[in-house]
Design a protein around this ligand. Structure first.
Ligand code: C2O
Ligand code: CU
Ligand code: CU
Length: 506
């Protein structure tokens, strides 16, 4: 007989009442906070995967007379039935939501004919692309409602999974969240020579992950109390599909993961915790695959992973609680305790055999910081980068073409932030003085900077120089960017000084 049940019944009752008093009184006092706090964690684990995953159409463009690969993108408003019979107002490129996957090769000259048929001005930025500042599609390259814009450049960087999205200053979160985003894949000879799954839509799947919340016939954009990360949705879309599944017929399936959410960070894993191979990061393939069972991506980051399937099985890509160094409060209110079923892969009863993954992928080529000519501090907080909010007519940094610098990124306010630099691919040198873990060891253009963390990156600015047209660096939690967590740099020739950035976009 246990000691508890041997106590007289009246004594047990009394003890229970005392416990109830001790617990309930403070709970009532703090009732509102508790209610908001517990209401803030979400889970969609156990969802029914009811819709076949959409694959954005592949746009290979058309070859112009001089060999230029020409793409057409029309920004338009539309309506999409994410839920059968319930249309939602959306924006998209060449369609109602998201955009085609553009695809080009290293060495090719490309041109994109952008037509803005939205009711307001916007831009199209080529995230991760190395290109002249005037073609970048940042806030200085506004395209008026009804106007056109045709940027062109030569692709001069390794094979990678890049993306495109609007970048109008102060409105990026809204424009992206309404559906303006798409992938931009780059190919090269090295990647082609490797035995990697590479048939688009078959064993090489784009996985554009966004969180949404529906508000009648609109996509909700409200920021809930205490959520200083920005908008956080309650359901997940992959390529614009709710509760998606995809049938796969190969042993190895490559997923090109893009976190196109405006604020949400994902800690991806498979539901049975099996490991998968990480083969690429933001800027392209890594030196060698590494096996992981979790992979965190903050907004704007990409990763390419390869999953091994077993015949007939179903496996789920899941978003797990974050392990991002957030404090108790931030963890809950930045979505860190949320769990999502994201995408179900359904393997055919018999699978086509896939070759083993190569042990080595690409040679490292980014500067490691040993030749850095200077260090620059970037203190990240909601008050702005180094406490200065973005100003369109202020050039914050003048960088010399060809020089390598070490940028020291520090999160000083404890809110989740990340850091993105236009035009370049950088190498993470250290995270809190330790060598970067595998997901940060490849080429990056966006990196998470956790509370009280310091991330050092080595970055070389290869130009071309343009003293009058700035590129951006910013937090890619898009509401933070819109609030002014952004700065501008120009690239100049040695000895040249910066010109002046136009105050207005036009
Ligand atoms: Cu993905 Cu400055 O942007
Ligand atoms: Cu960018
Ligand atoms: Cu931020």
């Amino acid at each position: 007989m246990s000691s508890v049940s041997s106590r007289p019944r009246w004594l047990r009752r009394l003890l229970l009442s005392l416990v109830a008093l001790v617990v309930l009184v403070p709970a009532t006092v703090g009732g509102c906070v508790t209610w908001v706090y517990t209401g803030a964690a979400l889970s969609t684990v156990g969802t029914d995967f009811r819709n076949e995953l959409a694959i954005p159409p592949l746009a290979e463009g058309s070859l112009g007379p001089d060999g230029t690969r020409v793409f057409d993108l029309e920004m338009q408003s539309g309506r999409k039935e994410f839920r059968p019979g319930q249309p939602t107002e959306t924006w998209g490129f060449n369609g109602d939501y998201l955009g085609p996957t553009l695809r080009a090769r290293r060495g090719e000259r490309v041109e994109v004919r952008v037509r803005n048929r939205l009711p307001e001005a916007s831009t199209v930025h080529w995230h991760g692309m190395h290109l002249p500042a005037a073609m970048d599609g940042g806030p200085h390259q506004m395209v008026d409602a009804g106007a056109d814009w045709a940027p062109h450049w030569t692709v001069d960087q390794p094979a990678a999974t890049l993306w495109y999205h609007p970048h109008p200053h102060g409105k990026t979160e809204q424009h992206v969240r309404r559906g303006l985003a798409g992938m931009f894949l780059l190919d090269d000879d090295i990647a082609d020579s490797l035995a990697l799954p590479s048939t688009y839509g078959v064993d090489d799947l784009p996985v554009i992950v966004q969180d949404v919340k529906f508000d009648g016939s609109r996509l909700d954009n409200s920021h809930k109390i205490f959520r200083n990360a920005g908008f956080l949705g309650e359901q997940i879309l992959v390529n614009g599909t709710l509760t998606p599944y995809r049938e796969v017929g190969d042993e190895l399936v490559r997923l090109r993961l893009l976190n196109a959410s405006t604020a949400r960070i994902y800690n991806f894993g498979l539901d049975d915790n099996r490991s998968f191979a990480l083969i690429g990061t933001d800027g392209g393939l890594v030196e060698r695959p590494s096996m992981l069972d979790r992979l965190q991506l903050s907004p704007g980051e990409r990763a390419e992973i390869v999953v091994r399937m077993r015949p007939g099985e179903r496996t789920v890509l899941r978003g797990n609680p974050l392990d991002a160094g957030l404090d108790f409060w931030q963890q809950r209110f930045s979505g860190g305790d949320d769990r999502f079923d994201i995408l179900e892969l359904r393997a055919a009863a018999a699978l086509r055999p896939s070759p083993e993954l190569p042990a080595a992928l690409v040679a490292p080529e980014l500067p490691d910081g040993a030749d850095s000519v200077r260090e620059r501090p970037f203190d990240l907080s909601m008050g702005g980068i180094n406490n200065v909010p973005m100003a369109m007519d202020r050039i914050d940094l003048t960088l010399t073409r060809g020089e390598t610098e070490t940028w020291v990124l520090r999160n000083v306010d404890g809110v989740p932030h990340n850091f993105h630099i236009h035009d370049v691919r950088f190498r993470v040198v250290s995270v809190n003085d330790a060598p970067p873990p595998p997901p940060l060891a490849g080429a990056k253009d966006t990196v998470f900077v956790g509370p009280n963390s310091t991330v050092r990156v080595a970055v070389r600015f290869d130009g071309p120089a343009d003293p009058d047209t700035p590129y951006m660096y910013h937090c890619h939690l898009l509401w933070h960017e819109d609030q002014g967590m952004m700065g501008q740099f120009v690239i100049v020739e040695p000895g040249q000084s910066a010109g002046t950035a136009p105050k207005h976009e036009h």
